[in-house]
Write a protein that binds this ligand. Structure first.
Ligand code: OAD
Length: 419
């Protein structure tokens, strides 16, 4: 390479260095915003979640604008300085990607490679069977437990629309049932409701067994569940593979932060059956005792924050089951997977537009990786198992449960007593 080439190289390197420095600064600012949003999102509160997500959108748009500008500066600089025959920089790739990329940063070829615009259940089964997919993250909501006899929250037949059964005239809104501030003021509504949610009195559904099957086949990277009914534990889905994002009824503690004494499930149940809010016998305040469920106004378990980025970032398939995706920060998990990871929603209604799921199935520019299988979770996972050739195994798991004694409560009590 001649001296002209060396000079040109130096000029380009200086420009590149400056641009890299600017990009670094910008990334730092984006990171700071993300970390701020994470703090806000750690509150299971729809309104603060929305605000944080709006802030993040704005910052992201600004980042993209600056990034595009810098990219163009770099390419201009390369173009102006490329006089020497010896200077080999393949600007074509960069130029092409700017022309062809869309907001996901993927080229048309990369988008096509995800599902080949085939949004069918067969395609998903094929990806699993052919071992293109080996790390499946499942996000679950109340819809997976409906066939066990536990109503969901927001459907017409769900808990929030049917609270009148419990005669709770003082309850300001259905969500107040799970608000920590309201519970401290008036624990009666939650106490009455708990009577109908006694852990161990319901049995897991075929969908729970399907998730267990994924674990048995070493395909379950992690299950993130919003459900508090403990059916995952009763189905035998390994605990280390599960994140109970909203806690569960499996354990009970005093709410006084300086006490946090555990109450035995049997004792807690004794009070609930009497319709008397349980109180701690250990702390001087005799504070209220409640199951380790995350109420609105409380933080999610640390395990959720610790695992989510790594888990979702390395997932090669996301399966979302029976949730309205209405509650933050849980619903933002959908956005943590790579842009090349397919996201399958199994639900009886289309949801998730608020967190970026797209369900148009026209081959084209918008949707390339979101599959919507409308129907009940049990129907759809049964059908997926048929395509996978797993029907017998699923049936065996269901039959094993049906023929075993229904001892859910005893198992919960024993599990709580284990060190
Ligand atoms: P939702 O009641 O908000 O949503 C359940 C979704 O599942 C809805 O879209 C239903 O249409 C759908 N669905 C119901 N039955 C189904 C079935 N058999 N098959 C397929 N889909 C079905 O429940 P979640 O999204 O889980 O918080 O609610 C999230 C959180 O809101 C809950 O964890 C709870 C609540 O406030 C706490 O308990 C702290």
């Amino acid at each position: 390479m001649g001296s002209a080439g060396t000079e040109t190289n130096e000029t380009v390197c200086q420009t590149t260095e400056k641009i890299q420095l600017d990009a670094h600064k910008m990334l730092e600012s984006v990171r700071a915003t993300i970390s701020h949003c994470e703090d806000v999102l750690a509150q299971p509160n729809v309104e603060s979640g929305r605000r944080a997500s709006h802030d993040l959108d704005e910052k992201w748009a600004e980042f993209q604008r600056l990034f595009d500008k810098m990219n163009h500066q770099l390419i201009d600089s390369l173009g102006r300085n490329m006089r020497s025959e010896g200077f080999q920089v393949n600007t074509r790739t960069s130029m092409q990607s700017i022309d062809e990329e869309d907001e996901d940063g993927l080229s048309e070829e990369e988008r096509k490679a995800v599902l080949d615009y085939d949004f069918s259940i067969e395609k998903i089964a094929h990806l699993i069977k052919s071992k293109k997919v080996t790390k499946i993250v499942v996000m679950a909501g109340a819809g997976i437990s409906v066939s066990a006899g536990i109503p969901d929250f927001r459907s017409a037949g769900g808990l929030y629309a049917n609270l009148h059964k419990y005669n709770l005239p003082d309850l300001p809104s259905p969500e107040h049932l799970f608000s920590i501030d309201y519970f401290k003021e008036n624990p009666m509504p939650f106490t009455l409701r708990s009577k109908d949610m006694m852990p161990g009195t319901f049995a897991p559904t075929p969908t729970h067994h399907f998730i267990k099957l994924l674990a048995q086949k070493n395909l379950l990277h992690r299950l993130y569940t919003q459900n508090i009914d403990t059916l995952e534990l009763l189905a035998g889905i390994p605990e280390h593979k599960t994140v109970f994002a909203h806690g569960s009824f499996a354990d009970v503690h005093c709410i006084n932060p300086s006490c946090r004494e555990r109450m035995q499930l049997e004792k807690w149940r004794f009070f609930i059956e009497k319709e008397e809010p349980p109180r701690c016998e250990h702390c001087p305040e005799q504070a209220l005792v409640k199951p380790d469920i995350v109420f609105f106004g409380e933080n999610l378990p640390a395990r959720f924050a610790q695992l989510r980025k790594k888990d979702l970032g390395s997932a090669d398939l996301l399966i979302i089951l029976g949730t309205s995706l209405a509650v933050s920060p849980f619903n933002t998990l959908t956005e943590l997977v790579s842009p090349t990871t397919p996201r399958v929603l199994i639900n009886n209604e289309s949801v998730g537009a608020n967190v970026g799921l797209v369900h148009d199935q026209e081959p084209g520019l918008v949707n390339y990786r979101d599959v919507f299988l409308r129907g009940t979770c049990d129907e759809q996972v049964t059908s997926l198992c048929e395509w996978l050739g797993w029907s017998e195994e699923l049936k065996d798991l269901i039959e094993a449960q049906n023929s075993a004694p229904h001892n859910g409560w005893t198992r919960m009590v024993e599990a709580q007593a284990r060190p």
